[in-house]
Ligand binder design. Sequence first.
Ligand code: HEC
Ligand code: HEC
Length: 338
Amino acid sequence: MGYILFLPLLVISIAGCQPDPPIPGERENGILSIPIGFPAVEFPEDNKFTRARWELGKRLFFDPVLSRDSTVSCGSCHKPHLAFSDDVSFSPGVQNAPGVRNAPTLTNVAYLPYFTREGGVPTLEMQILVPLQEHNEFDFNIVDAGIRLSHIPEYVEMSELAYGREPDPFVITRSIANFERTLISGNSPFDRYFYQDNKDALNSLEIKGMNLFFSERTGCSDCHGGFNFTDNSFQNNGLYTIYNDLGRRRLTGNDNDLALFKVPTLRNTGLTAPYMHDGSFATLEAVIDHYNSGGEDHPHKSKLIRPLGLSNDEMGAIVAFLHALTDTQFVENKNFNN
Ligand code: HEC
Ligand code: HEC
């Protein structure tokens, strides 16, 4: 993958940073409030949260200026009203170039230990280099993007305010990551029921689905467990006998990693159709049918993926529970919209 070429450049640009002290009280104004039951969000030493950095990152996230022909922004594929995912299997980049993977939600990316579906990128800052230069996304490069921004007085001003320097690769990667770390979602009906002790927040069907989801019988929470509904492991969930996408093997070259994909969060999953790395399931009903069938045979398929023998009512209950993971406050939060 070509983005690896840019990593040394990023390391060079880490030197010479002068972080501002975080603005006191910022956590209280609704941008960065941590939901009950969630751990604190860690910001790197050289990229502590400040209002100025966040404002700049948000502006850049929604500005097509970072793509070669200024037509596509991060927000073109990571749409706020879809929990920062997209509603097509493969989102087009510049010149309508088709993508090769389904755009994942950015819900709670602050908590992920690595990024992309094979886990090949260690930080949010570095992840920004991927779309910037992928030919079917921005088809640009981070150095030219910095030069372009340095001709726009408003960006120069915001950049000086945020990081004490002109727009450059350091500023672009740091500010967008600063914004992304605040995309925290933890106020769904499930959260109100489970973490906030509001026993009216889920109806009986959703509770039935929740109990099935967390049962040994389905095994769902063995992979999609914890506050973020993922254990961040790489698994094969039996989609195909032969995969077009090599999955984690693309990164490691190791045959044992063939067709393994990162377990995604299920938060806001009711908004992130179509599903899986290739967007091959259009609905949550289709996803549950898949798990109930036990999936296709693959040498790397997890033992947890096997016929479940669920009734139609039980499958309906699990779907209802998954919809109860939708946090409307998050998707409607004006702080996160363009
Ligand atoms: C053309 C559509 C498109 C654009 C534009 C785009 N992305 Fe993505 N994004 C994707 C796809 C597809 C993936 C999955 C990539 C993979 O797994 O290889 C992804 C993955 C990610 C991830 C990793 C999420 C995870 O769970 O691992 C982050 C973070 C992200 N994008 C942020 C951004 C940012 C920031 C921008 C703008 C600089 C951006 N994206 C622009 C389509 C897009
Ligand atoms: C062995 C681990 C494992 C188990 C058990 C498991 N899943 Fe998954 N799940 C995954 C992986 C891996 C993916 C992503 C596959 C891909 O990207 O192609 C996924 C994807 C999904 C998705 C699509 C999410 C998206 O944004 O594309 C949903 C919904 C889902 N699982 C629900 C469930 C439910 C409900 C159960 C229990 C019936 C379950 N899973 C059991 C590993 C697992």
